[in-house]
Ligand binder design. Sequence first.
Ligand code: PLP
Length: 376
Amino acid sequence: MIKTTIYADNAATTRLDQRALEAMLPWLQEKYGNASQPYSFSRGPKKALREARELIAECIHATPGEIFFTSGGTESDNWAIKGCAFADLNHRVTITSSFEHHAVLNTCRAIERLGQPVVYLPPTPKGTVLPTSLESCITDQTRLVSIMLANNELGSIQPIKELCFVAHAHGALFHTDAVQAVGHVPIDVQDLGVDLLSASAHKFNGPKGIGFLYIRKGTAIASFADGGAQEFGRRAGTENVAGIVGMATALKSNCDALQENEHHLQLLESIVTKGLDAAGIRYTRNGGVNTLPGLLNLSFPGKSGEAILHRLDLMGICISTGSACDSKNTEISHVLRAIKLDKTLALGTVRISFGKNNTMDDAKRIAEALTKVVVC
Ligand code: PLP
């Protein structure tokens, strides 16, 4: 019997939600008008954008005027960090962590090249940025603190509310890269207190190439793209109506089923870990106890994560790893280096990230396959 591919790399991207696909199609076909034009053919796209903005705002407890459509997580992160720096070129400090996604880290490097100082906080070995660590380096010269809501390799969820409190107490703005969290855990920007929040549709069963940046009303941030008057004059460019409608539909669909999905994903996690335990496999789980549902970052001591990935690939299973080898070197990811994971563990690290489409049978097959490749 031919077995189908098991996709367990949902932290990399997810399958498009069927309802999102159906909601997108009319805007790609018969209703393709440019939302900025004044004639009646453009009224539909304009209304679709308004409704999508309202839906997204409702899902994260924002107001529609605080949602700005972007091309995805990378652009949202760039806008948040560069936009704050460009709004205030007084060489005030940006604080971030050393285990952020490259969309944040490389944007911070870019503003450093422009003479804007950046401080990189180390996370704990369990993958948490502690509010006390932020306290120890924040000053009244800090412009922005940018800490991710959930780490993309470890799944570790950060104490955003507490970190944000520290930032605000020193007069700094707070941005969170919530790309891995939106659509997977409850998000309430009022409760968190954040000023800026990045999201990307393809991480929550929406289409690729579309995302949003939440900008709290009144936040001092420069426009991202200069050009037309789209996005309240702050991010120019003809709107991707189909993508935006797909994103809103996917987000609503995931947010309506957050608890149900969480229970399902936790069940899949436990099938894998219980399967490994029952087979007597030695491994450690990274990322502490408060992690994204469905994300398992596991280290198999003395094994090669890359070899595990390739052997699972031959069995039709897609997962990810925390290290990559070329002919001369083995490159351990900046995240595993940031949490100072022992080298023998780091080299044997894999990430399994389940999504709502995965089944219990997928989890059982992954546990069996891992057992097989790790034993020999
Ligand atoms: N931030 C995090 C935490 C991510 O995991 C990713 C994608 O992997 C991004 C930002 C970039 O998002 P996008 O692929 O939408 O540009």
